[in-house]
Write a protein that binds this ligand. Structure first.
Ligand code: G6P
Length: 604
């Protein structure tokens, strides 16, 4: 899931590359490097750690040139180090390569190339590409690349340049690449944000496509060099949308964008009078008899909420799977299955592969995706976009709420089509949906109450998160947020299951965050709360405005506005995001780029 950027034109290449990498650092930050063509040589600068290390090195030792490639790494093969940083070069430093993904047969290739006299410097799988291109290079870079990729196995995006050649050659198999079209200059990156300062006209490369860029043209071919017709698209994100907008961190900005995201996701899709929703999809749902939701990370927890919503609204059986499990468990996919891939990036490889598996077995496919033109959107029968705007913080927040809204829309749509929700119920739900944005704003307006809890509990070693029914996933997501960015061990459990294990952990040092908002099982939650208190646990209860029973028992309360139980996860998750953020910030941690994580995971 490394970040990739390339440039050819008249500008100072190192400036464009560093600016691009800055916007892609969320894809990995174990190391960063660039290679720039300088006269007839390639100049390399590589540094372990964050991009700032590389910019420092460049300040001391700048490079001049108008063509280059840059990379920010999330390590797979070979530990993070200067040596393992990309770009990698051939024996004579005449060819430089950056790579995202995994070359599965690299050991075999490396042995062969070493036997042929090639000398390797790093422990990465990526370096074999540079030596393979060297082996086949006789002056025509793209010809050498076509031959080299013929020997590679795996899923990857690679970009290659050669000293004295005015070309950038990029190959995509699975891992994403997008070309940015300019005037007298062209760009390439793994994600759109790196291109936004320069151009909105882009070409999303498909699997098995090669782009050959020089400053005047871009040629797209298949892996054998045969030209392919592609239509450029225009992206509608502006660069300011991808900036921090005055907040300390992208994550906080994105948390505060949620009222807007809710409006954007729902916007124009609700039809008040008839109680219908217009998803603008061409997909025919009339034969759908069951739904399989596949996703990873926060998208998986959003899908867990989706199961409750779809089953309740549409009375369809719904299975939710971690994409990495679904793919390999030989899933039963009967006729009439709709497989829904839920993904912010649309690039998560496990989700993409799970989707492919479902499709191979005959399922219809739908993407619930944020990033336009991403891999999943190109492979599904149809896509319901989240319209959450670019999400940069590694810990997902606004895309999560966008997913919940999109799943509610899907449930409502299927429910209306199947006649399992009548017009009156649907109109009432639509009225509730219209209130949602304002309710989330109210939660944000009272963030100081959450911050006070952050202050009290910032030094806790462990946290337990409990939630029931449709808010069990809220507890899971709350715990995930805290672990991801504060590195505090946090475990989530279904409240009713607490007595079967985690109750043994409860003592006076264990804060227990309990989702205890108004619900059909509220009385049971109160009993569970008492069980925690009887063991001297410290309870932080998330309660509905005006609640007295849970509030009387808890050590601390966070109030949220009342809303229909089916929509409550959208409101309830917000204070938990704020709590995780506040604790991580107080602990002085790197909120937007937590250790070992990356925003888009394009390796298995
Ligand atoms: C990574 C991110 C998570 C995200 C997950 C799934 O692990 O750090 O925040 O939830 O991938 O990503 P997706 O883009 O498929 O929603």
């Amino acid at each position: 899931m490394c970040g990739i950027v390339a440039y050819v034109g008249e500008r100072d290449a190192s400036e464009v590359l560093i600016e691009g990498l800055r916007r892609l650092e969320y894809r990995g930050y174990d190391s960063a490097g660039i290679a720039v063509q300088s006269g007839s040589r390639l100049e390399l600068r590589k540094r372990q750690g964050k991009l700032s290390n590389l910019t420092l090195a460049l300040r001391e030792n700048p490079v001049q040139g108008n063509l280059g490639i840059g990379h920010t790494r999330w390590a797979t093969h070979g530990r993070p180090s200067d040596l393992n940083a990309h770009p990698h070069t051939d024996c004579r430093e005449q060819i430089a390569v950056i790579h995202n993904g995994i070359i599965e047969n690299y050991l075999l290739l490396r042995r062969e190339l070493e036997a042929q006299g090639h000398t390797f410097r790093s422990q990465t799988d990526s370096e074999v590409i540079a030596h393979l291109v060297e082996k086949y290079f006789t002056g025509d870079l793209s010809a050498a690349v076509y031959r080299a990729v013929g020997e590679l196995q795996g899923a990857y995006a690679i970009v290659v340049i050669a000293a004295g050649t005015e070309q950038v050659v990029a190959v995509r198999t699975v891992s994403p690449l997008v070309v940015g079209l300019g005037e007298g200059e062209n760009f390439l990156a793994s994600d759109v944000p790196a291109l936004l300062p320069y151009t909105r006209r882009v070409i999303f490369l498909a699997d098995g496509q090669v782009a050959v860029l020089d400053r005047h043209q871009v040629r797209i071919t298949n892996l054998r060099g045969r030209p392919v017709e592609v239509k450029p698209s225009t992206v509608d994100w502006n660069p300011v949308m991808a900036e921090k907008g005055g907040f300390d961190h992208f994550m906080l900005k994105e948390i505060y964008e949620q009222p807007q995201v809710i409006q954007q996701t729902l916007g124009g899709r609700l039809i008040d009078q008839s109680g219908d929703v217009d998803l603008g999809l061409g997909l025919d749902f009339s034969q759908v008899q069951r739904v399989h939701l596949v996703a990873c990370g926060s998208a998986f927890y959003a899908s867990c909420v989706g199961k409750y919503v779809l089953e309740r609204f549409a009375r369809l059986p719904v299975e939710v799977d971690l994409a990495s499990e679904y793919r390999y468990r030989d899933p039963v996919v009967p006729e009439g299955t709709l497989a829904v891939a839920v993904s912010q990036s649309g690039e998560t490889i496990d989700t993409l592969e799970a989707l492919r598996e479902a499709r191979r077995r005959g399922a219809k496919t739908l993407g619930l995706v944020n990033v336009k033109g991403s891999s999943i959107t190109r492979e599904v029968d149809d896509t319901l976009y989240l319209h959450a705007g670019p999400e940069i913080g590694v810990a997902s927040t606004k895309a999560y709420t966008g997913m919940l809204c999109a799943l509610v829309l899907l449930g409502l749509h299927l429910g209306r089509q199947r006649g399992t929700i009548d017009q009156k119920q649907a109109s009432w739900l639509i009225a509730e949906l219209r209130r949602l944005s304002g309710l989330v704003q109210q939660v944000l307006d009272h963030a100081e109450a959450v911050n006070e809890l952050g202050r009290r509990f910032q030094n806790a070693r462990d946290f337990l998160f409990l939630g029931r029914g449709i808010n069990f996933p809220t507890a899971l997501e709350g715990a995930l947020k805290l672990k991801e960015i504060s590195y505090i061990h946090a475990e989530a459990y279904a409240t009713g299951e607490m007595k079967h294990g985690p109750i043994a952990l409860i003592d006076a040092n264990m804060p227990v965050v309990m989702v205890a908002t108004e619900s059909a099982v509220y009385d049971k939650v109160i009993s569970n709360l008492q069980e925690v208190k009887a063991r001297e646990g410290i309870v932080l209860a998330l309660v509905s405005e005006g609640d007295t029973r849970a509030a009387a028992l808890a050590d601390a309360v966070i109030q949220v506005p009342r809303v229909s139980e089916l929509l409550s996860p959208i409101v309830n998750v917000v204070p938990l995001q704020l709590l995780a953020y506040d604790i991580a910030k107080r602990r002085g941690l790197d909120v937007d780029q937590p250790r070992n994580l990356a925003k888009a995971v394009t390796v298995e």
